[in-house]
Ligand binder design. Sequence first.
Ligand code: ZN
Length: 129
Amino acid sequence: MKEIKRLLLKEKAAILSEIQEKTETNGVNKTEIGDAIDSSVEEQERELDLLLQDREQSRLEGIEIALKRIESDDFGYCDECGEEISKKRLLAFPLARTCINCQSNIERSRLAQNAFSRAGYSSQILGEE
Ligand SMILES: [Zn+2]
């Protein structure tokens, strides 16, 4: 588990410095370029930044949860069936919360659901016409 913990800590540091870098760049943009930027473009960029930040934030949260789980010896068990997740899988995906079996089940049911909702959607359109 030490290996995985190291992986997670490295990932965490990388995300944190990424966020910091972005914040610093944003600060420079505002002071140096200021009003020269078309405000709508600036708006779009800010939205994109927020979106990226959201994703980084949720990744960071996932890492925090995983680290806490390692500390409390609760790490590496499948959320679905409670079986141990293979170390190989954890090394490839340290944030994996399900074992390979459950993951493929989830993906299969998600695919089925997508197919189902698509079918429902198109029949609805056909019905309206
Ligand atoms: Zn499982």
